[in-house]
Design a protein around this ligand. Structure first.
Ligand SMILES: [Zn+2]
Length: 447
C-alpha cells in the first residue's frame, strides 16, 4: 500500500513516461511483464498493435475475442477481430492474451481544481493537473467538470487536443449560475457563454428545505438563453417534480438521481421523448453519510494506494463521525440512496441513457476511486456490467457530446484501459486495471 507520487516534475520522457519518474515507477510497481512492455514501446511515430485481446469497444456491442487494435499518432487506426485487421509491417506488437481492453472511463459529472485534502480554495493549474493525473491513474481518462471552473480549467481544456496528452481530458462548465430573476439569468448565461463552456450548470434544489430554490421562470429563461448560444444545460436536481419541469423547460442533462420518490411513467416518457441523459451520482449520496463510521472501502488496497493518510485520519475522528450520525440532512440523504438506486434500475430498463457520473472532487468524494465505486453500486442497483460499461464510455460520450473519445473506433484518440479480469463477468473487475493509455501512450502501469 503506497501513496503514489502525484504530478511528476516536467522533464524528458520515454514512451510518454517522464524519465525521472520511471525508475521509481519501475521499481515500485512493475511486474516483469509490464516492464518489458514499457521498455519495448516504440519510438514516437511507429504504430503499436495490441493483439490477442478481448475488446469491449464502448458502443454497447458484443465484445470481440481475439481482437487487435492498432494505434498511430495517438489515435486508433484499426480495430477488430484478428482476421479482419491488417497489422502494419512496421508496428510494434504486444500480446495482451487473457486481458480485456476497454475505452477509458468518462466521468460525466465531476469537479476539479479546488480541493486539497479536505480543504477548498486551492484552485490552480497545478492542482488541476494533480487531480487530472489522479483520475487518469484510476482509468478515468475524461472528466466533465460541472461547475466552479475557472480560467486555468478552460486553458487546460483548450490544450488537450494533442497526442502528447498525459492526463485526463477536462471539460468545463464555468461558474454554477445562480440567479433570482429571468433577466439576471439571461445576463449570467451571456457572460458565461463568452468563456465557451461545454455546459451551462444550474442548481434547482432547496437542500432539503434549507435554502431557496431557483424558480421556474428563472430556469426557463436560462434554458432558453443557453439554447440561443448552443450550449447544453446541465441541471442539479433532487425532486421528481422539479426534474420533470426542467426537462419540459429544455434541460439537456440531469446531473443527479431523482431521489425524493420513485420515478413514474410520465417521467420516463419525458426523458425518452426529449432524449435527455441522466447521471445517478450514487456515490454523492453515499458521501453525505458514509463517514458516520469507518467505510468498508477504507480497507480496500485499490483505494488506499492513492488515499491521503491525513484525510483518512480526519474522517476517522470519533467526534466528526458522531456529527454525521446526528446530522438530519446526512440521514435524509442516506434514506434517499435506495430510492436513487431503484430509479436508476427503472430508467435503465425503460431505455433512458444513463451516463456514469459521481460528483467527485468535493471533500471526501475521492476522484478516481469513486468512479469505480459508482460502477459497483450501479451493479448493486441492478444494471448489467455491459450497461454500466456503456454508460461509462460510449454512452457517456454521446450524452456529453464528445466525439473523439469514449469508444474504441477508428479515428478516435486511443484512450483505453487494460484489465486483467473480464469486467463483463462482474463490474468489480474494473479493479484489475493494469494499464491506462491516453492518446496512444501507456501513461500508467498499475501492476
Ligand atoms: Zn456537482
Amino acid at each position: 500500500m503506497s501513496t503514489r507520487a502525484s504530478k511528476p516534475e516536467p522533464g524528458p520522457s520515454v514512451a510518454g513516461l517522464p524519465v525521472n519518474n520511471m525508475v521509481t515507477e519501475v521499481s515500485r510497481i512493475c511486474t516483469l511483464l509490464t516492464c518489458l512492455i514499457l521498455i519495448a514501446m516504440p519510438a514516437a511515430g511507429a504504430p503499436t498493435a495490441l493483439t490477442d485481446v478481448r475488446i469491449i469497444d464502448g458502443t454497447g456491442g458484443a465484445p470481440v475475442e481475439n481482437g487487435v487494435l492498432v494505434v498511430d499518432g495517438g489515435r486508433i487506426i484499426a480495430v477488430g477481430h484478428a482476421d479482419n485487421v491488417t497489422i502494419p509491417d512496421d508496428a510494434e506488437q504486444q500480446s495482451l492474451a487473457g486481458k480485456t481492453l476497454t475505452p477509458g472511463f468518462i466521468n460525466s459529472h465531476g469537479h476539479a481544481g479546488a480541493i486539497r485534502g479536505l480543504e477548498s480554495g486551492h484552485y490552480s493549474r497545478q492542482n488541476l493537473l494533480r487531480q487530472l493525473d489522479l483520475y487518469a491513474r484510476y482509468g478515468v481518462t475524461t472528466v466533465v467538470s460541472l461547475g466552479d471552473d475557472e480560467s486555468e480549467g478552460f486553458a487546460l481544456r483548450n490544450q488537450q487536443n494533442t497526442p502528447t496528452l498525459d492526463r485526463a481530458r477536462l471539460y468545463v462548465a464555468g461558474p454554477v449560475l445562480s440567479a433570482r430573476t429571468p433577466e439576471e439569468g439571461r445576463t449570467l448565461v451571456d457572460t458565461t457563454a463568452g468563456l465557451s463552456p461545454d455546459f451551462i450548470k444550474i442548481r434547482v434544489d432547496d437542500n432539503l428545505g434549507r435554502t431557496p430554490k431557483m424558480s421556474a421562470d428563472v430556469y426557463q429563461a436560462i434554458s432558453k438563453r443557453a439554447d440561443h448560444h448552443g450550449i447544453p444545460l446541465a441541471v442539479h436536481t433532487y425532486y421528481l417534480q422539479d426534474t420533470k419541469d426542467l426537462v419540459r423547460a429544455g434541460a439537456d442533462f440531469i446531473a443527479h438521481s431523482v431521489r425524493d420518490v420513485h420515478v413514474d411513467n410520465e417521467f420516463v416518457d419525458l426523458m425518452l421523448a426529449s432524449n435527455v441523459c441522466y447521471t445517478p451520482t450514487l456515490t454523492r449520496e453515499l458521501s453525505t453519510y458514509v463517514y458516520e463510521s469507518e467505510p468498508d472501502f477504507f480497507a480496500d488496497p485499490f483505494f488506499l494506494r492513492e488515499a491521503d493518510p491525513a484525510v483518512l485520519a480526519t474522517l476517522r475522528e470519533p467526534e466528526r463521525q458522531q456529527r454525521v450520525r446526528e446530522s438530519a440532512a446526512a440521514q435524509q440523504y442516506k434514506a434517499s440512496l435506495p430510492i436513487a438506486m431503484a430509479n436508476v434500475k427503472m430508467l435503465t430498463d425503460a431505455g433512458v441513457q444513463i451516463a456514469m457520473g459521481t460528483d467527485s472532487g468535493p471533500p471526501a468524494r475521492f476522484q478516481g476511486y469513486f468512479e469505480h465505486l459508482e460502477m459497483w453500486m450501479m451493479q448493486d442497483a441492478g444494471m448489467t456490467p455491459m450497461q454500466i460499461l456503456h454508460s461509462a464510455t460510449g454512452g457517456a460520450a454521446d450524452c456529453m457530446g464528445l466525439s473523439e473519445t469514449g469508444t474504441l473506433t477508428v479515428g478516435n484518440w486511443a484512450d483505453m484501459l487494460v484489465m486483467g479480469e473480464n469486467p463483463l463477468e462482474d463490474i468489480r473487475h474494473t479493479r484489475s486495471l493494469e494499464q491506462v493509455w491516453i492518446a496512444g501512450k501507456p501513461i500508467h502501469l498499475a501492476r
